[in-house]
Design a protein. Structure first.
Length: 217
């Protein structure tokens, strides 16, 4: 299947986390075997927390609030739920240079490009995973930086899975049950929180267009 177009799967109703992980496990094995093409899956989960490989139990502030799933992706605790678009990216990195750092950089570029389509400046921050938005004038007392997208990936035999999570219109109070990605001194935001109204299909369309600008078959 080398060189085949990337397959896109878009789910319009919430997908259980266990179901998504099981699907990715099977798909990654099939991609490595050359039986199917690479895939990007856009979906939404019911409210839940996931614990990455670096998760600190002390950062789970409200253990009984939502189900907690231990996952093999990198990173710490994160939240998934309605109003957040998750992009699971299953690519064969063996034929894309075997460069994990470059792959994560490309994922960041993808989200930054997508946000730019909505007039939002998304930025990287040294030592902080994800994509960030500056709020207020630098140097002012009101200045702050909020995370708008999380990134966490895993590789198996050089095939990637897990991926990104972009906040469109989630209930931001749901993030209060954890220290998101282990970063307590900064907050979270969303497109709606920034005053931008965008439907999920609109976001999906932009994510697909900007993905194809960033990654090649």
């Amino acid at each position: 299947m080398t060189g085949q177009p990337i397959e896109w799967r878009i789910s319009d109703t919430p997908v259980a986390y266990e179901e998504a992980v099981a699907f990715m496990e099977d798909r990654v094995a099939a991609i490595r075997a050359g039986a199917v093409p690479e895939m990007v899956w856009l979906l939404e989960h019911p409210p839940l927390y996931t614990a990455g490989t670096s998760a600190d139990p002390a950062e789970l502030r409200d253990p009984g609030r939502f189900p907690v799933h231990t996952t093999g992706r990198g990173g710490r605790y994160t939240y998934h739920g309605p109003g957040q678009r998750v992009g699971y990216v299953m690519l064969d990195l063996k034929r894309r240079g075997e460069d994990v750092r470059a792959f994560v950089c490309d994922l960041e570029d993808w989200i930054i490009r997508a946000l730019a389509r909505f007039g939002v400046i998304g930025e990287r921050r040294d030592g902080r995973v994800g994509i960030w938005v500056s709020r207020g004038a630098p140097g002012s007392k009101l200045y702050r930086e909020d995370k708008i997208a999380a990134i966490g990936v895993r590789l198996r035999k050089w095939v990637s899975f897990h991926g990104v999570a972009l906040n469109i219109e989630p209930d931001l109070s749901h993030f209060d049950g954890i220290v998101p990605c282990g970063i307590a001194e900064h907050g979270v935001t969303s497109l709606v929180d920034l005053g931008i109204t965008a439907s999920t299909p609109e976001v999906d369309s932009v994510l697909r267009a900007t993905f194809e600008e960033t990654f090649r078959p």
